[in-house]
Write a protein that binds this ligand. Structure first.
Ligand SMILES: Nc1ncnc2c1ncn2[C@@H]1O[C@H](COP(=O)(O)OP(=O)(O)OP(=O)(O)O)[C@@H](O)[C@H]1O
Ligand SMILES: [Mg+2]
Length: 591
């Protein structure tokens, strides 16, 4: 239950609404309790009229009594409405706040977190789990308050009529409480299993939608479907068991209520014969017992809601209390125009025990281009991740103007940085919005958009679309080719006017001619920024100021293109190899 304390701050935030809700509950119950008392008084009055017929008009009396009874029930209903309007509305506010808090936390957390947690799980915590917590903050709270208030008022009234009869009719209540508790803890255990399976199922479904192309390409539809159906089957079975236990609930309670009513009639009857009570009082007692039924019946439901909400809040807290690995504590602006340096940087991913980078050192000054080349898995993208500060280095340091990267404001630093990642991501939105996504400038003109697209050599593609820049991409729109996507994300980065531009193998899907055009275009603006370019192809990087050759996380060679060729090392070999390939391709074309 401790975990639920977390949302007390929200109860405090909405305390007036909450207190008003409690007040309305009391008022509504007050009128509710008057109703049986009034009913009983009417019966006693009628009985008196039957035994002592007078000239008074019974019809008028009936109308008067009926009118008052209706008035009371209207008042009770009105305050019941207000009670829901305050407490349930409060719970919706809390739900909104909590979702926002979790979402903000999701945005603050870094890559390591996203590697460790499946998307389905993240989604579940923000929808399912928050939903359950809301059930506690809203209906759960409301019914608890209602139970306490109605129990006190009703039992008070019953005692005022007959303390001994009250004692007898309340006897079945403890049995009911024990039963409810037993059943609800069983239900609780079962619903935890249901929640777990649901989380698993939604992760599975989500992944199968995201990977539908690969599933179809490998003809794995049947296997995935079987996996999903197996999980859905387990989910169904567990839910059915839950429903079964749940179904025992109401009959048991109704049986116990019936028992209480029987006691009321039998023992109340005896008391009436002894003239210690009136017939109307027995009727009032039966009505009170019925009125106590549903608050009590909700007890099991409440306890199960509270327990489920506690489990959910615990899962939520796991995320909320987690501190991002990368802290943005400094406010010092970063002079990125001074270039960037790696000094003996070593790095190992948090979830592995193999160093990925060892003793990496280089310096790139403003206006220069550093190129990184190396076999797959040699650590090129890892260097880019370190530059973006998705991770912090383990050893050595990254410096800007002789000061460690960590000593600058992360926000200010990232503001001046543009990274084109290896795996391009575009949103299901218009081309224009995708381009503008990275830029904080609000008054971007079409001219500027055209300019960056021209530089990234993608303008002619965009113009071929009927809707031009308004073309919608992604799931419900146009699918771009791999190369078009890459060029569009280069344009997006350029629009940001970065001081440091990092291109992680983002020309891999374009042919060498297009590559040439783009590199030439990029060269034009290169003097005003620092550029780091990662590639497999020598053609992409031959003009770089400095090239480093990476092998298994270590720098094995470095220098300019010409220097590296004279060294006749692995770079030279790669150059020869790629030259041969190009020649082959050329002759094939000519044939
Ligand atoms: N998040 C991660 N957690 C653990 N290991 C990782 C992670 N990301 C990458 N690695 C490992 O680090 C090594 C270097 O990966 P990296 O992506 O930097 O290579 P790369 O040079 O960019 O390769 P490619 O040319 O194929 O893009 C690989 O062995 C990879 O398995
Ligand atoms: Mg890579």
């Amino acid at each position: 239950m401790k975990s639920l304390r977390y949302i007390n701050k929200y109860f405090l935030k909405y305390k007036w609404r909450f207190l008003l809700g409690i007040l309305f509950t009391v008022i509504s119950n007050y009128f509710g309790v008057q109703m049986p008392a009034y009913f009983s008084a009417s019966i006693n009055q009628f009985q008196y009229q039957i035994n002592n017929p007078t000239s008074e008009n019974v019809l008028w009396l009936a109308l008067e009594l009926g009118g008052i009874y209706m008035g009371l029930s209207l008042l009770k209903g009105f305050f019941l409405f207000l009670m829901r309007q305050t407490i349930i509305v409060m719970s919706r506010y809390i739900e909104f706040d909590l979702k926002k808090e979790i979402y903000d936390q999701y945005q603050a957390l870094d890559q390591r977190f996203y590697k460790q947690n499946a998307t389905g799980d993240l989604m579940n915590r923000i929808s399912e789990d928050v939903g359950l917590v809301r059930m506690y903050a809203g209906p759960g709270m409301m019914y608890t308050i209602n139970l306490v208030v109605s129990f006190m008022l009703i039992v008070g009234k019953m005692i005022s009529i007959s303390p001994s009869l009250t004692l007898y009719v309340l006897l079945p209540l403890p049995i009911m409480s024990i039963l409810i508790y037993k059943v609800s803890s069983t239900m609780n255990r079962m619903s935890l299993e249901v929640q777990k399976e649901q989380s698993f199922l939604s992760t599975l479904a989500q992944e199968s939608f995201a990977g539908i192309r690969i599933i179809k390409a490998y003809q794995r539809e049947n296997e995935i479907t079987q996996k999903v159906s197996a999980s859905a089957e387990r989910y169904k079975k567990q839910s059915m068991r839950l429903v079964l236990v749940n179904a025992f609930f109401s009959p048991t309670i109704i049986f116990l209520i019936g028992l209480s009513s029987m006691i009321a009639i039998y023992y109340g009857g005896l008391l009436t014969f002894e003239k210690k009570m009136k017939v109307g009082d027995i009727v009032a007692f039966i009505m009170y017992i019925t009125n106590l039924t549903w608050p009590f019946a909700s007890l099991g439901w409440i306890s199960s809601i509270i327990q489920r909400a506690a489990a959910s809040q615990q899962r939520i807290n796991e995320f909320l209390t987690r501190k991002p690995d990368i802290q943005d504590i400094s406010t010092q602006p970063c002079p990125l125009e001074k270039g960037i340096s790696f000094q003996n940087v070593s790095f190992q991913y948090p979830n592995s025990n193999q160093p990925v980078l060892e003793q990496i050192s280089f310096t790139v000054r403003n206006g220069e281009t550093l190129a990184i080349i190396g076999a797959t898995g040699s650590g090129k993208s890892t260097i880019c991740s370190l530059i973006s500060r998705h991770f912090d280095v383990n050893e050595g340091q990254i410096t800007i103007a002789n000061q460690s990267l960590q000593s600058y404001s992360l926000e200010n630093y990232r503001h001046q940085l543009a990274v084109v990642p290896q795996d391009v991501f575009l949103f299901s939105d218009t081309i224009e919005n995708n381009l503008k996504f990275g830029s904080e400038q609000t008054d971007i003109t079409t001219e500027e958009l055209r300019e960056v697209c021209l530089q990234a050599h993608v303008l002619h593609n965009i113009e071929e679309f009927q809707e031009g820049f308004q073309t919608i991409l992604g799931e419900r729109g146009v699918n771009l080719s791999g190369g078009q996507k890459q060029r569009l994300s280069i344009a997006r980065a350029l629009l940001r006017k970065p001081k440091l531009l990092v291109l992680d193998d983002c020309l891999s899907a374009v042919d060498t001619e297009t590559e040439e055009i783009i590199l030439n275009e990029l060269q034009k603006g290169a003097a005003a920024r620092t550029t780091i370019i990662v590639s497999h192809r020598i053609s992409s990087i031959r003009n770089a100021t400095q090239i480093i050759v990476l092998d298994k996380g270590k720098i094995v060679e470095s220098g300019s293109h010409d220097e590296l060729l004279t060294q006749k090392g692995s770079y030279f070999e790669l150059y020869q190899f790629q030259l041969e390939q190009e020649k082959d391709a050329q002759t094939k074309k000519e044939d």
